[in-house]
Design a protein around this ligand. Sequence first.
Ligand code: FES
Ligand code: FE2
Length: 336
Amino acid sequence: MRDWPYEVFPTGWYQIGYSAELARGEVKAAKYFDRELVMFRTESGALSLLDAYCPHLGAHLGYGGAVRGECIECPFHGWQWRRDGGLGKIPYDTDAERRVGISAWPVREQAGLMLTWYDAFGREPFWEWPGITEFFDEDTFYPVYPQGADHIGVRKIIPQSPVENTPDFEHFMWVHGAGRAGHSLMWEEKEHYLHTRIGFLFGAGKKSTWLTPDGEVEGEIETEAWGLGLSNARFKLGDFITSQLTATTPVDAEHSRLFDTITATREPGDDGVEPTGRSGRMITFQKGQIRQDFDIWEHQRYVEHPPFAGREADAYAKFRRWSRQFYFDTEDAGAR
Ligand code: FES
Ligand SMILES: [Fe+2]
């Protein structure tokens, strides 16, 4: 029996990889949303994600399929399929006009990430993902790829869990060894977008740490979530910024493939690609921190009506209400 109360995957954009890891002409099998899929990049460079099974006799295009121009060719009898899932040609019946096709998934490439859209009703995307400001700005920040781009792999984690860090101000002390809980500075919901700011004392109670050599510093964690598949935490210590995106893409009802993408402010005068100094250390530190969360989420059981303690209740209840809009099997979802 699964612990998760919903029958569908939440609507939204989800990461399916890094752009740099799919070359022109390359084909990869994938599995997301309980579906066998194939992704490929055409010779012109366009990304494509299709259902995997060839409509002809059911070969899996991800195993032996090959890019031919703007199509993918089936390894079984060479039928060619376009990016939109339409039939390109049958090599031994070139006049054939068949109305057969494969489901094509919406795709985008943004800030070095490859994305697809999921909606239980099959609706086309009704919002776009703008990307992470820091991931576009390689003058001020280290490039995210490859150093900041981590494949966490498939874990028993649902997309709801990582984004629930947003209202969870208490867990910093327990999971992340912080000296003090965070507190809410701002909470803003704009339909699928949730934007918050959390006040946070870095190096709380410590005379000196590598991050806060002169003692504790009042900083901020700014969070942004676009649906439940993509959530970013921006750690701000004065003008030193670290930006970390957690992407959780369902594979089946209980498992997701996770990606951790991070960058930080360049060290003064450093125009290299490899993060150094405080920046490098912060990136390594945060990659370790998020793994502590992953371990909790992996073994966690979802509690639908938690017995919240005092000050937890407000933000958590707001978060749970916001998150319902992405589940289209629940009575109140979509009624907003
Ligand atoms: S199964 Fe794909 S061409 Fe025959
Ligand atoms: Fe956390």
